[in-house]
Design a protein. Structure first.
Length: 207
């Protein structure tokens, strides 16, 4: 179990990455510390089977108090890999409503941590995290053998925007951070080709 301190003043810095190595539940505690005297908090979440939040409503008064939310991850019914979701926190202050989205990404790996082979059994392109993101996100992929790798970014019209990787790489697990500071908000696609393996994923940039 972990604890994150959340403050509305820095919403772009908020993201949660949870790693699971078995079908056992993983619990994350969020301690919401308001920057001002809030009337109440309400939480909504993307409807996915592996994510639950309790409670969904809390009252904060007077200033200085905090609210605790328990996030439960249940990976028992999903496939291994990266899974993206998130929660939205609504807060009321002086009659005004504020909203903050917190991405939650699950890295579900079968087997026991620390005993995974350094050489993957198959090619794999994972979902980027966080997603949605602003302005940077991480992309991971696996190569089961030495390959010439092309990893490219496209906009929603299919136009090539950037070449992230264009070289030969040895078998292994790779990750890179993509900075989209110079791009407009919207849907983008990233495509990998490694030998005969081709895969495409969608990402959402929200500024």
């Amino acid at each position: 179990m972990g604890t994150d301190l959340i403050n509305l003043e820095n919403p772009d810095l908020l993201r949660i990455l949870i790693e699971a190595f078995s079908t056992n539940n993983v619990v994350q505690t969020l301690d919401y510390v308001p920057s001002s005297n809030l009337g109440y908090l309400a939480v909504s979440l993307v409807d996915v089977s592996w994510l639950k939040v309790n409670p969904l409503f809390a009252i904060i008064t007077p200033s200085g108090n905090s609210a605790e939310f328990i996030i439960t991850i249940d990976p028992s019914g999903i496939n291994p890999g990266y899974h993206s979701s998130g929660i939205t926190v609504y807060s009321s202050h002086a009659g005004e409503m504020e909203r903050m989205f917190i991405p939650i990404n699950l890295d579900y790996v079968t087997g026991i941590a620390g005993e995974q082979s350094d050489v993957p059994d198959e090619y794999q392109l994972y979902q980027n995290y966080p997603n949605p993101f602003n302005p940077s996100t991480t992309i991971k992929y696996d190569l089961k053998e030495k390959s010439f790798v092309e990893l490219k970014l496209y906009d929603i019209l299919g136009r090539e925007i950037d070449v992230l990787v264009n070289k030969e790489q040895s078998a292994g697990r790779y990750e890179l951070e993509f900075d989209a500071s110079n791009l407009a908000s919207g849907i983008y696609f990233y495509r990998i080709q490694a030998g005969e393996y081709v895969s495409v994923k969608k990402m959402l940039l929200m500024k």
